[in-house]
Design a protein around this ligand. Sequence first.
Ligand SMILES: Cc1ncc(COP(=O)(O)O)c(C=O)c1O
Length: 562
Amino acid sequence: MIDDINIANLPGIGSIPQIAVPNEAPEEPPHPADVTAVPSSGAVPQGSPSVASPGEDYLIPSGGIGSGAIGSGPIGLLSPEECQLFRGVVAKYFPEEVLSAPSPATESVSAPSVAKGGSSADDTALNDTETVLRENGFGIGIPETQLVQNLNYEEADVINSDQVRGQFPALHQKVNGHDLVWFDNGATTQKPLRVIDGLSKFYKTDYSNIHRGAHTLAARSTDQYEAARQKVADFINAPSQENIVFVRGTTEGINLVAHTFGRKFLHEGDNVIVSTLDHHANIVPWQQIAKAQGAELRAIPVDQNGDLILSDLERLISPQTKFVSVGHVNNTFGTINDVRSIIRIAHSHGIPVLIDGAQSIAHTKVDVQELDADFFVFSGHKIYGPSGIGVVYGKKEWLAQLPPWQGGGNMIKDVTIEKTEFNVPPARFEAGTPNIADAIGLGYALDFVNSVGIYNIERHEHELTEYARQQIARIPGITIIGNPKHRVSVISLDIPGIPAPEVGQLLDKEGIAVRAGHHCAQPALRALGYEMSVRPTFAVYNTKEEVDRLVIALQKIVADRT
Ligand SMILES: Cc1ncc(COP(=O)(O)O)c(C=O)c1O
């Protein structure tokens, strides 16, 4: 493991800075600049998050900037061969240095990284070191994304929770006298420093309106906004950034597609298919447009486990079916719907499909081309990004056919009093000044996810969810609602005799934040015989210790009532 590498002993390298991870609520969010000296062993401690400032290419233990320090990047993984190579390079070029080699195989190994800048006398040696390691193929100073993006599920390593948690200031506070446990991730996620600092820097130095100005700040803002669009395209493997429309969130995205598609293509007697598992955001807009056009809304039914009954889809499809719109992951039971099959079946009838990715985007790999989705929609705030920003991915042929959503600036090519020539997508669907900063912030959030690795996140959350299910299932007097075959990150539970909102409040007294209610998925809950549930949902920064605290709190709630 990287802890074993005594990089502090490399020539010209001073002490490795360590980021203090506060146990208590900090007055100010912990910032990478808050550093303390490394322990005398020189080992890089676990739990010392290394946060690259937005816009910097370098993964460093902060405090390293200007200090000329080499340190441990947080999350990169080295293969056994790379570990071997690392050892060899160090032995060859720095024979006098004592370096415990990283453990190969499946151990977690952080990639070495180098701080840039500074003017100390150590710089020459630092640059030499950097050059040597670079020439030998190490990811010195390369963005985290490049270190991990090629991992597959099997190669993925366990997540170092301390390192990840250190990047989320909001997690380091007390609520009602207890360390906060944030299990309301299905509703929204907390934000990493990369997003918080990135937004702050953007507003401090680069902010302007975009696309229209001739000045420097307009160019900076436009470049960053469009770069964020490209990051989104890369993240979901869209063919191009022209497939990406920025909207306020999933809700607005589904409304955009439902109303533009519906106005043009839905007619009296047609029908649209959604699913019983869907969030209201994927039901109400289709209901509204169906009603306006004289069309009908149909729903794929759900079984008592919380799985869609897909065999019914063929039965629901008729020659009048014009659109299928379904959730990827259900927000109440965590069901991962077999959207590949849904898309394949719909396409075999020539019907386009929208996938609501609000609950999948942060938890599982999304590849829109592999899915062959015609539209894919998600919200930034559910994937560690800001609220008020979201994405509609659309195939070019579909975006080109849809009429404009709202009218105004930016979405036009030419305007006279008599008529308007509309812009091409995606601009056609982005009328007015968009949410510039938060689109850029979403880009930083995706950088964060890439730095950890979506497969790592998926595995971590899967283990946590299954652990939580097992532990909660052991508590007499608690029912876990639903048992879907494939699931992520969500558990719904019921304590007969205690209303869900009351359970939510009792957990809050213990510092544990969960959602309690109908989760904007009333048809789904009702199909399984419930009106409400208590819903803990898990994210990359959650731990088994937090699950244990939830279990103990639930046990207490049940015991106090019996
Ligand atoms: C499955 C699903 N779809 C849509 C939404 C709506 O997302 P937003 O409120 O960000 O528009 C949510 C929010 O919880 C959701 O879980």
